[in-house]
Write a new protein. Sequence first.
Length: 93
Amino acid sequence: MTSLYTKAEALAVIKAAPSGSRFAVHIRADAPIIDKPGRVFSAGLASYLLVSRVTAARLCASALSETLEKRGGRIPIAPSVSEYSGLTTYWIF
């Protein structure tokens, strides 16, 4: 289940994650349409990257401006436990 966090809360979640946890960052970008300058498939490119705990913390610390956070912007994090290894992956963004 995805939970929404302030920057401080997201950093606390990452810091408190058990040893061996993995951190995955969702990546989304527009896909340009060939022969149609300026046209894109919105969020047509999607993937993820596994990152270190330090990188996950750095990304969360810089993800929201103070203004957006004050206006209610939050960082989504969804922990997922592997049935096979029992390890948790924290899906960020």
